[in-house]
Design a protein around this ligand. Structure first.
Ligand code: TMP
Length: 222
């Protein structure tokens, strides 16, 4: 099934330990079962170059990475994904599902690091050239539960990509508040999915948002 004339761009966001990765898998399966031709992207990560940049950004051996370098690397990764994967897939009419996009940078570097949303949006104009998600699902869990989960997972798997899991609680509070602010500013696009409840309920809620959105788009282009 082709989605619309241009394809559709859905992003998934979330704070630490929200269960976002599990929810993306469920969502992708449901979209494929519904007949959509999907491209799955991820940030930081995605393309081969994106995955190399991810290693620099998240490896625990890079504590000296400066906030500005961190910001620019997030966008270097995004620019590569946009040019190599996302724009061609959208031009081919696919549905692109990206694990994180610029809203993450607004939340983590803009708010969390205190660099401000202006500077983030300035670089976004260069890296993404006006590409904005059509729908953004934001999986949110309370900070204590989320960090406890993330730290337990890191210990279990002897994870090395932990550089961004070791900040002060105040950092995660700013990140979380920024996501709620985004949802408040753009209620049509950004949907908060609360995650302090059973996984199946969360998945059903997310699917409802996606179905509503797809139905409205298909009606508009019919
Ligand atoms: P992940 O755990 O969802 O793969 O994300 C890795 C970390 O990268 C997570 O702590 C959020 C962070 N991040 C940013 O700080 N800024 C960004 O722009 C992106 C895409 C992720």
């Amino acid at each position: 099934m082709s989605t619309t004339k241009r394809g559709l761009f859905i992003t998934v966001e979330g704070n630490e330990g929200s269960g976002k990765s599990t929810q993306i898998k469920i969502l992708a399966d449901r979209l494929r079962s519904a007949g959509y031709d999907l491209l799955l992207s991820a940030e930081p990560g995605g393309t081969r170059i994106g995955r190399e940049i991810r290693r620099i950004l998240l490896h625990k051996e890079n504590p000296e990475l400066s906030p500005t370098a961190e910001l620019l690397l997030m966008f270097a990764c995004r620019a590569q994904n946009v040019d190599e994967w996302i724009l061609p897939a959208l031009a081919a009419g696919k549905l692109v599902l990206s694990d994180r996009f610029t809203d993450s940078t607004l939340a983590y570097q803009g708010a969390g690091r205190g660099l401000g949303s202006e500077v983030v949006l300035d670089i976004d104009r260069i890296a993404c050239r006006g590409l904005v998600p059509d729908l953004t699902l934001c999986f949110m869990v309370d900070i204590e539960t989320g960090l406890a989960r993330a730290h337990a997972r890191n210990r279990r798997s002897q994870e090395v990509e932990t550089r961004l899991d070791e900040e002060e609680t105040a950092f995660y509070r700013k990140v979380r508040d920024a996501y709620y602010q985004l949802a408040n500013d753009e209620p049509e696009r950004v949907k908060i999915i609360e995650c302090n409840r059973p996984m199946s309920e969360i998945a059903d809620d997310a699917w409802r948002e996606v179905e509503n959105f797809l139905a409205s788009r298909i009606a508009r282009f019919a």
